[in-house]
Design a protein. Structure first.
Length: 82
């Protein structure tokens, strides 16, 4: 209503839908999030979850908390999906 004719026919997409999860770690993330916060996670919550897991994986692969080693491990990350 607010956008009126200016937005008629517009389409938007999102990178996350809590009702249509596509990775094996997503169902548990959604379940845990809903249990803790009493609502479905937003796309931003899902991005935070992914970012946390990317960094955690990089730290494990770096075998150290050294920032350069972690940066290098992050740079070497390819096609991460869980």
């Amino acid at each position: 209503e607010i956008g009126g004719e200016a937005v008629e026919g517009s389409h938007f997409s999102t990178h996350f839908d809590a009702t249509a999860v596509t990775t094996k770690s997503a169902p548990k993330f959604v379940e845990d999030f809903e249990k803790k916060y009493n609502r479905s996670p937003s796309a931003f919550a899902a991005l935070g979850f992914d970012a946390y897991n990317l960094v955690l994986d990089a730290i494990k692969r770096a075998g150290s908390a050294d920032p350069k080693a972690i940066r290098d491990a992050l740079a070497a990350t390819k096609n991460q999906q869980e």
